[in-house]
Design a protein around this ligand. Sequence first.
Ligand SMILES: [Fe+2]
Length: 233
Amino acid sequence: MASIRDIEGWDGAMSSAKLIRYEPAQFPFEKVFCRMFRMRDVSRLHRAVLAKKRTRLGPEAELGYRDSKAMRDWMASQAADSAFYPIYHAFVRLVLAPFFGGKLSYPQRPRFRVHLARGPGVSDWHRDTDITGRFDQIAAWIPMVDCRGTRSMWVESDYGKADHRPVEVRHGEVLVFDSGLSHGTVANESDVTRVGFDLRFAPLPAGAGVDRGILARRPEGFEADRVVVNCRC
Ligand SMILES: [Fe+2]
């Protein structure tokens, strides 16, 4: 049975974010990802990627943005044939939807994420609303490792503050937050690769206001302030 709680340690709009706790054994995404990469532990993925790169380019080669991106693309291409999607849809129905009025509009395919250990940041600072133009959506971020510090996602505490700092989210938790707050990543200085996925969803029917207050603190004129951007995210 999933449970929801307020995030701790944040002021401003980010204090409205929530953490949903679920049982990883019931939704074994990590096992599916291990099978995709034919590894026992996907948090060690950087070792295999770097070894392969150094065989090709020499001992000085380091991990770059494209290495994380290639792994993410690999996940997206593999997932269609994997056990991922039945688990994903059950996860949305049983873990997310009950806390947001029971019915959600959500993507059939989420975005997969890979942030290789010792690799650079994988997304620029951005607001999802600038990219999507969707102001009714809530973001759900689901990592397969405990996240803090440089391997986590960084978020600003309030709209326009740009005081980005890392969120603490454990494996077995979903961060639900307003991705209209600026967010992104920095170089992963830890020895742990973060693999996971995220999605944006909207409670149905539209306008019912079942957002648990997550979108409620946007300043006046927030939608009019949209700046259309094209960024790595
Ligand atoms: Fe984003």
